[in-house]
Design a protein around this ligand. Sequence first.
Ligand code: PEP
Ligand code: MG
Length: 306
Amino acid sequence: EAAKAIADSSGPGRTSDGHAVALLANVGSGKDAVAATEAEGVGLFRTELLFLDRTREPGLDEQVAAYREVFAAMAGRRVVIRTLDAGADKPLPFLHQDGEPNPALGVRGLRIARQRPDVLTTQLAAIAQAAIQTDADVWVMAPMVSTVAEAAEFAAAVHAAGLPKAGVMIEVPAAALRAEKLLGVVDFLSIGTNDLSQYTFAADRQVGTLAELLDPWQPALLQLIAACGAAGKATGKSVGVCGEAASDPALAPVLAGLGVTSLSMSARALPAVRASLAAHTLAECERLAAAVLDAEDPAQARKLVS
Ligand code: PEP
Ligand code: MG
């Protein structure tokens, strides 16, 4: 029993009957990755940190060094690195994007690559170089993808850089609705619930008074996650969650039951999520998932699970 308790407080994420749900860390730097000793890998490496407050794009060598720090800290483990997510809540001076009347609906995330393909090409070249210099299992994903065509273009760019594993974030309802088609052109999906909530409920993620709409227990959000989970099951491909929702211990069994195969969060949230998963069988997770999809509202969904 004591040995089992220790195994449950660290080690890989599992339901009580052994169904694996990888528990990964969200990081922004090598320092974060070194501190994420509890994690099975990195589920979201936000690369914006290197670009913030810069009037010029960081050069190839500087990017290689920054990415290598995270990859080296995760030797032998998975690192899902996200290409630059600029615009909206993450404005970057060197891209000169001011003047958009509605930046959250503007040229942000992968959309920038259509106007500035050079920025994506340089970043992918730097990721590929850093990956070769370490033995992390590097997966690359794009933010703010809306269509299968965008995903296919991105996957082609990733493969052209010599990187084998390409995926997209699900942050826009249009993408969630087409999850299975997306998995026809990429290797994995990662659901960014912060933006997926914002765009599903037309509620600015930065406006605190809209918190009720941005609640990750909203059945409409969970329904979109369910569509992605079903697509993952149908294709046998990975579907993770890397937004705030992934760090809610009570929601973890629900997400597992919806077909989510990894949860990525700030490292300090990992132990509670691990313990919550370990307290349920997969069949229980699936029952909870079906119940919350039927709930009238977030309060009822929470009550059904508690
Ligand atoms: C998200 O949108 O849920 C996400 C993980 O990305 P970010 O918070 O960096 O936009
Ligand atoms: Mg996002």
